[in-house]
Design a protein around this ligand. Structure first.
Ligand SMILES: Cc1cc2nc3c(=O)[nH]c(=O)nc-3n(C[C@H](O)[C@H](O)[C@H](O)COP(=O)(O)OP(=O)(O)OC[C@H]3O[C@@H](n4cnc5c(N)ncnc54)[C@H](O)[C@@H]3O)c2cc1C
Ligand code: FES
Length: 387
């Protein structure tokens, strides 16, 4: 009877026969399991305890926090990855991802570089209320925005907007420090020349390494500014990069940059597989996103019922996760940009808006799961949260 039920599970007979083949022909590693787990836990711990060892002011609005291990060692990472930092601020337990700006060849510390966003809940806290010696917790480094030698080739174009320079700084530092044979063109958009982060270091590295070209584009230049200004358009990209063929494009910055630059790259007929993207945080004006219903205003408030027990209020113009956290309900999170699926939550009733950039699995849509880090309530909702 037991066997009959198992045989009805899709794929069970195939898995059973695969196990039989492995038992017969593969090396039995079960005795090494304990050792392997130890190595895995050392390389991929679920939480890191980090001490702020230094704070460096980069620009008027941006500072770097240097983080060292408060316990044990820092796990290795790939240039371009981020850590999700957990904080308690004014009684709210929340988190935000920050890309590591130091290179992976520096194994003693992680740098994170934070820019003020204006009334930002966490960025204001990290820029104003933490200091040397403070301890914070985070996830281990994670994320998919990194170089893959098998598919990305040797000719790389990095397009950064504002704080989106941080993962590129890690990549540039690694490539130049380690003398890796890759050609890099950085196209870096900033609002004003004073907003350029790491300007002096980029200049110095460009002078010393012939495989690094840096182009600054200023969107709101002061009168008399001599450099390139405006937006990062298809024409501008074409003029700065000798040929767009056979190059890998990486784009990182706020949602507005992603939306704009992706269209320009489409105009240049860059295939999607040649474009890697990291979007920093939710769109500033969610109601301006394609598909947002005109009948809902960002200030509209809805009831969100949780496990049929109690309910909270949630504002339409803000990710559901923020409203949950404000009510002391913490959903597991890593990327907070709809990508990693860690926050998957079952929606029992009601409608949410999720931007197109959210990576939904087929089963999410089929069984009505949402990603609260990038889901916005459009009506009253009923959610099933894990206990
Ligand atoms: C993978 C990844 C890496 C990142 N790396 C970096 C980095 O290296 N450096 C860096 O500075 N940032 C980085 N970010 C962005 C960072 O995680 C935060 O989003 C950023 O610091 C702002 O957080 P905050 O809490 O200060 O702002 P929040 O308070 O969360 O506000 C963020 C924005 O959301 C909107 N918003 C928030 N609340 C509301 C509301 N009630 N109504 C309407 N709109 C609202 C606003 O437009 C606001 O500007 C990264 C993001 C991701 C996803
Ligand atoms: S935290 Fe990654 S998808 Fe929500």
């Amino acid at each position: 009877m037991k066997g009959t039920i198992k045989n009805q599970i899709e794929g069970y007979p195939e898995i059973k026969s695969e196990i039989a083949v492995l038992r017969k022909h593969a090396l039995d590693r079960s005795v090494e399991r304990g050792q392997m787990m130890e190595t895995i836990n050392r390389l991929h711990p679920s939480r890191l305890k980090l001490k702020i060892s230094d704070v460096v002011k980069e620009t008027e609005s941006t500072s770097t926090l240097r983080l060292v291990a408060a316990e044990g060692y820092l796990p290795p990472f790939q240039a371009g990855q981020f850590i999700n930092v957990f904080l308690d601020i004014k009684g709210v337990r929340t988190s935000r991802p920050y890309s590591i700006s130091s290179p992976p060849n520096q194994i003693g510390f992680y740098d994170i570089t934070i820019r003020r966003v204006g009334e930002g809940f966490v960025s204001d806290f990290l820029l104003d209320d933490v200091s040397r010696g403070d301890i914070i917790t985070s996830t281990a480094p994670t994320g998919n925005f990194f170089y893959n030698p098998l598919f990305h080739g040797k000719d790389l174009v990095y397009i950064a907007g504002g704080s989106g320079i941080t993962p590129f700084m890690s990549m540039i530092r690694e490539v130049t420090d380690r003398g890796l044979g890759r050609e890099i063109s950085l196209i870096y958009g900033s609002r004003t020349a004073d907003d350029i982060v790491f300007g002096a270091e980029l200049e110095s590295r460009q002078r010393r390494y012939s495989n690094l070209k840096v182009h600054h584009i200023i969107s709101e230049p002061e009168e008399g500014y001599q450099g390139l200004s405006g937006f990062i358009t298809a024409d501008l990209i074409r003029s700065l990069v000798d040929s767009v063929e056979d190059k890998m494009f990486y784009v990182c910055g706020p949602e507005a940059l992603y939306a704009f630059v992706l269209k320009e790259l489409e105009q240049l007929e860059i295939p999607k597989r040649k474009i890697r993207v990291e979007v920093f945080g939710p769109p500033a004006e969610i109601n301006k996103q394609p598909g947002w219903p005109a009948s809902v205003n960002p200030g509209d408030t809805f009831n969100v019922s949780l496990n049929g027990k109690h309910s909270i209020k949630a504002v339409a113009g803000e990710p559901l996760m923020n409203s949950l956290e404000r009510n002391r309900l913490v959903v597991p999170a890593s990327c907070r940009s709809g990508e990693c699926s860690l926050c998957r939550t079952k929606l029992l009733s009601g409608k949410v808006y999720q931007p197109a950039s959210v990576k939904m699995r087929k089963s999410d849509s089929k069984f009505n799961y949402i990603h609260p880090c990038m889901a916005y309530p459009l009506e009253d909702l009923e959610l099933m949260l894990q206990a």
